[in-house]
Unconditional design. Structure first.
Length: 211
C-alpha cells in the first residue's frame, strides 16, 4: 500500500495537485461568444481517509443575458428558462463569474491544491462558456486549468457503455428526474454523483492512488 504524504491533504495528492470541480451551465446556444450564459451550477467533492470521494458544497446562480447575446429558440425550449422572469433573481454575468471563482478558490486553498480542473458532461462546452464570460467581463485569476478537463462522457463510456448523462446516471444506479433535468445545479449534482461513483469504483478495484 502506498502511503500518502502526511504534510499534504489527500485531495491535493489524488489528482496531481488539481482540485476537481463539477460544473454545468445552461445557455442560449452553443456559441460561447454570442449565446447567453443563463445558469451555472457547481459542486465540490471531498475525500475520506480511504480515498473515496463524495459530494461536498454547491454553488448555483441564475444569470442575466449579456447585452446583445443570442438565445436560440430550440435551446430555450430544451432548458425551459424564461431569462426575464422577475423571480429568477438573476445576477449580472460578471458578478456570477466572480462568485464562482471565489467559491472554487476557497476550496482550492482549503485542500492545498494549486489549480482547479473542471469536471462535466461534455465539459469543453462548460469550460468554453465560463472562460468566455470571464474574458468578456475582465475577470482575472481564473482558477480552472485553461484546457485540461475531466469528462464523465468518457468515464461513463468506459465504466457503463453509456454516454448520455441520464442513461449513464441510471446505469450507475442513480435516480433521474426528467422534470429537474436541464437545471444547471441538478445536472451538476448528477454529474458529481456519477464522477464519485466511477472514481470510487476504480479505487476499490485498483487500490489507493497517491502522488
Amino acid at each position: 500500500m502506498i502511503t500518502p504524504d502526511p504534510e499534504k491533504t489527500l485531495m491535493s495528492q489524488r489528482f496531481r495537485g488539481f482540485l476537481p470541480i463539477i460544473v454545468d451551465v445552461e445557455t442560449g446556444g452553443f456559441d460561447q461568444n454570442k449565446d447567453a450564459l443563463l445558469e451555472i451550477g457547481a459542486v465540490t467533492v471531498k475525500i475520506d481517509e480511504t480515498g473515496h470521494l463524495s459530494i461536498n458544497e454547491e454553488y448555483a446562480c441564475h444569470i442575466e443575458p449579456f447585452e446583445g447575446s443570442n438565445m436560440d429558440p430550440k435551446s430555450m425550449e430544451i432548458n425551459g428558462i424564461d431569462p426575464y422572469h422577475p423571480f429568477r433573481m438573476a445576477k449580472p454575468e460578471g458578478e456570477a463569474i466572480r462568485e464562482l471563482f471565489k467559491f472554487v478558490s476557497k476550496d482550492m486553498k482549503k485542500n492545498g491544491c494549486n489549480r482547479a480542473i473542471m469536471v462535466g458532461h461534455n465539459t469543453i462546452m462548460d469550460l468554453n462558456f465560463i472562460n468566455a464570460a470571464a474574458s468578456r467581463n475582465h475577470v482575472s485569476r481564473n482558477p480552472f486549468h485553461p484546457f485540461s478537463i475531466f469528462d464523465t462522457v468518457s468515464f461513463a463510456g468506459l465504466a457503463y457503455g453509456q454516454t448520455v448523462l441520464s442513461r449513464a446516471a441510471q446505469a450507475a444506479g442513480l435516480d433521474w428526474d426528467t422534470e429537474q433535468a436541464h437545471s444547471a445545479l441538478y445536472d451538476a449534482r448528477k454529474t458529481a454523483e456519477l464522477f464519485c461513483i466511477i472514481v470510487n469504483r476504480w479505487r476499490d478495484t485498483a487500490g489507493p492512488v497517491w502522488v
